[in-house]
Design a protein around this ligand. Structure first.
Ligand code: AVJ
Length: 320
């Protein structure tokens, strides 16, 4: 990734030490949990791309179909010479729908924590869109970051697809939408995809697929702890669990210990009782009214919104 903004050495050290700190904090709490953002190392980002192809994981297909239908309308609302800034860009697949429909975009700033995913995407897009300037930003979009200089004078459109906003509890989602507004700047627009509430008979299999790809994605967190913190956790001693929590309107993913066991992580001994779980992810599901209220609490107004009727999913164009 030659032209990407890189983390400095000390930022990298800070990042790996915060992984250790977050893992130890999460696993020594009374109710064990791990932050979902740590799913996305190189292996996890690849597993997530495989999840997007699963028959049960409707989100990617439905949002892609919806975006395909609406991009002409969205493009008509994007000013000349604008910069597109994507939060958690991954392989930048949906981005291409926007780039194709809105050739008036001069800049694309993908933000992602996976260096491999970001580098691949930047190379692919540079080759496919010769007049577009791609300025990748390696980092955590939940941490304070700044836009690259060349785009600061441009009209800015944020792009946050995939219902990644659903990984944040309501108060954190409001904080994130507000800090995204600060990053994007005065007069920005923000295109956000949010998965909507639907039957648990559709939701649960989407997070617990027959082929076990989501289970592998979840267990990769344990493998990552082994790789990066020199631990020796046996992922086979845990099982993947996905459950619909109707009270909080969210899918939860857990790793459930199959037996009493102890593991050593970074010099600490962590004990698990049989049946005890590590809560690894929340995926909130919204209503149009609920998402609108979150956006408004964060200082945005809904300029336009579109939904898919069969597998309810919403795309919201927010304006400052
Ligand atoms: C990328 C956060 C939107 O919550 O649906 C997929 C991640 N987790 N399968 C989601 C995920 C399990 C995904 N997001």
């Amino acid at each position: 990734m030659s032209n990407a903004q890189r983390l400095t050495r000390s930022e990298q050290e800070l990042e790996s030490s915060s992984f250790r700190t977050d893992v130890l904090r999460g696993l020594t709490a009374r109710r064990k949990s791990l932050p979902a953002k740590y799913f996305y190392d190189a292996a996890g980002s690849r597993l997530f791309e495989a999840i997007c192809e699963l028959p049960e994981y409707y989100l990617t297909r439905v949002e892609t179909a919806l975006l395909t239908r609406i991009v002409p309308e969205v493009a008509a609302l994007i000013p000349q010479g604008a910069a597109l800034v994507e939060f958690g860009s991954g392989a930048s697949v949906k981005t291409r729908l926007l780039l194709d429909a809105a050739p008036q975009l001069d800049f694309y700033v993908p933000i992602d924590i996976s260096e491999a995913a970001l580098g691949d995407a930047a190379r692919t897009l540079n080759a496919a869109y010769p007049t577009l300037t791609v300025l990748p930003l390696l980092g955590d979009f939940t941490a304070p970051i700044a836009l690259p200089k060349p785009v600061r004078q441009r009209p800015v459109v944020g792009f946050f697809p995939g219902s990644t906003i659903g990984n944040f509890a309501p108060a954190a989602a409001v904080d994130l939408l507000r800090s995204a507004g600060t990053l994007l700047g005065q007069g920005a627009q923000f295109l956000v995809g949010a998965d909507l509430v639907k039957s648990p008979s559709v939701l649960v299999p989407a997070y617990d697929d027959a082929q076990g790809v989501t289970a592998a994605f979840n267990k990769n967190l344990l493998a990552r702890i082994n790789r990066e913190l020199g631990a020796a956790i046996d992922p086979d001693r845990f099982r993947h669990r996905a459950v619909w929590n109707a009270t909080d309107s969210r899918i939860e993913m857990h790793l459930v210990s199959l037996q009493d066991q102890t593991v050593e992580i970074a010099g600490r001994t962590i004990t698990f009782a049989a049946g005890e779980s590590i809560h690894t992810e929340n995926s909130y599901k919204f209503t149009v009214a609920g998402f609108t209220a979150l956006a408004e609490q964060a200082g945005w107004r809904v300029q336009a919104s579109w939904t898919d009727a069969d597998f309810p999913f919403g795309v919201f164009l927010l304006a400052a």
